[in-house]
Write a protein that binds this ligand. Structure first.
Ligand code: SF4
Length: 189
């Protein structure tokens, strides 16, 4: 069994935090194991919990459109979340993030992506801190390429607004579309 599969198996059995009690299926992540581009969302919503797959609801449909604007397909990238079990209110506690993030850290170490795209504030804060970069709000850094100036061999980080933020907000939809269009030409494998 490869290491990504091993992590999925561990997540399937995990009870490190209270979200294990309310999940139907854990959502460990999926995609191309050779992907150079990794997308990281917040955590599974209702549809994701029903299917055990990331970004399969309305936000996932919009994410597919955004990927296409960048010239990417779902199967080109690897998609996961900071928290792997159903978040009924979309607000993980610090304890839940602490309990679950070691899985994400291991996924990053295995995939060694060249580009990480955190989606939304929680994922952006987590990823910037992980790579020892001062956290910024998504409103200040969305669509920007960020690297720690003193650390070689670390991924480029390009935070984006979460696709769900645009579902009922046409203005946000256009900002997201423009940010993703700017990625056109990015290679994922
Ligand atoms: S959210 Fe993460 S830490 Fe909590 S039970 Fe699920 S896999 Fe385990």
């Amino acid at each position: 069994m490869d290491e990504l599969e091993q992590i999925k198996r561990e997540i399937g059995l995990c009870s490190r935090c209270n979200l294990s009690r309310t999940r139907k299926f854990p959502v460990p992540g999926e995609g191309n194991p050779d992907a150079k581009v990794m997308l990281i969302g917040l955590g599974p919503g209702y549809q994701e919990n029903q299917q055990g797959k990331p970004f399969v609801g309305p936000a996932g449909k919009f994410l597919n459109e955004l990927l296409e604007l960048a010239g990417l397909m779902r199967e080109d990238v690897y998609i996961t979340n900071v928290v792997k079990c159903y978040l009924p209110d979309n607000q993980p506690t610090p304890a839940q993030i602490d309990a679950c993030s070691p899985y994400l850290d291991r996924q990053i170490e295995i995939l060694k992506p060249e580009t990480i795209i955190p989606l939304g504030n929680v994922a952006t804060t987590y990823i910037l801190r992980r790579f020892k970069i001062m956290p910024e709000t998504i409103g200040r850094v969305h669509g920007k390429s960020i690297r720690h100036s003193n650390l070689q061999m670390q991924p480029e980080i390009i935070p984006m607004y979460h696709p769900a933020s645009a579902l009922y907000n046409p203005g946000m939809r256009e900002i997201l579309r423009a940010d993703w269009e700017n990625l056109k030409g990015i290679q994922s494998y």
